[in-house]
Design a protein around this ligand. Structure first.
Ligand code: COA
Length: 250
């Protein structure tokens, strides 16, 4: 099992554990995550869900690039849909979700964190949407949620440049709400406070705050289409081969 769901009273803690790949998500891990989130969404005894990564290096270093390098456009759309489903569960389940970002939160990792209602970072956390350097774009909600949470200017900066931000900058641009060490303890502490509030009122507040979800379907479609380009094949292959990509523009 690479995704475990533990319990601290009414607080569920979901941990992604694939440390040899910095908790990057392959099909097996992402499917397990989706399944755990589905169960927790339906479980009234879990009043708050905290998501984190195992170890001290990574929350989630992204979708598994080695797996993605073999995908055609149709498969990439299915893959994108699975990531969208996980992020949407975090965003829409009728209870607060919190990302405890204990290290790298890149690409799909940053997008899962963006699906959560609250984000806290350890002082060593680094966040970003580096897909552009692979010849692709964020495909699990990042183009919409990053713009909604941090503003269009910040989203364009991070998505166009692919640069990583450290915890301090993430706090300044509103990508996380606080920096705390150890971040999981802080997140559970906040979760326990939320678990003492009315779950009915929290559920309604969350639903109202989430109105106007943006163009998520459009993103899922165009993310998949990019996998038919030479640049995506080149960008994804170059990562595994540990070299700089050579993009040709088609
Ligand atoms: N997909 C697949 N494998 C990944 C991965 C990902 N997203 N991120 C890290 N890994 C693997 C590395 O390939 C490496 O495996 P190896 O030991 O078999 O070569 C292992 O995790 C450790 O990563 P490494 O790159 O050696 O660590 P580092 O400290 O030098 O660099 C990062 C850390 C996060 C900067 C670097 O791993 C990275 O850039 N990862 C990709 C991030 C990314 O683009 N994510 C978005 C994907 S959509």
């Amino acid at each position: 099992m690479s995704v475990t769901a533990g319990r601290d009273g009414a607080v569920a803690v979901v941990t992604i554990d694939r440390q040899d790949a910095l908790n990057a998500l392959n099909v097996e891990t992402l499917t397990e995550l989706r399944d755990r989130l589905r169960e927790l969404a339906a479980d009234d005894s879990a009043q708050v869900v905290v998501l984190t990564g195992a170890g001290d290096r990574a929350f989630v270093a992204g979708a598994d690039i080695k797996y993605m390098s073999g995908l055609g456009a149709d498969e990439a759309k299915e893959w994108g849909a699975l990531g969208h489903e996980a992020a949407r569960l975090l965003e829409e389940m009728p209870k607060p979700t919190i990302a405890a970002i204990n290290g790298f939160a890149l690409g799909g990792g940053c997008e899962l964190a963006l699906g959560c209602d609250l984000r806290y970072a350890s002082s060593r956390a680094r966040l970003g949407q580096p897909e552009i350097d692979l010849g692709i774009v964020p495909g699990w909600g990042g183009t919409q949620r990053l713009a909604r949470i941090c503003g269009l200017g910040v989203a364009k900066d991070l998505i166009f440049t692919g640069r990583m931000v450290e915890a301090e900058e993430a706090l300044r641009i509103g990508l996380v709400s606080a920096i705390a060490d150890p971040v999981l303890d802080h997140s559970i502490e906040v979760a326990q406070k939320l678990a003492a509030k009315s779950p009915v009122a929290l559920g309604v507040a969350k639903r109202l705050l989430n109105l106007s979800p943006g163009a998520l379907d459009r993103e899922a479609e165009e993310f998949g289409d990019l996998f038919a380009t030479e640049d995506a094949k080149e960008g994804l292959a170059a990562f595994a081969e540990k070299r700089a990509p050579r993009f040709v523009g088609r």
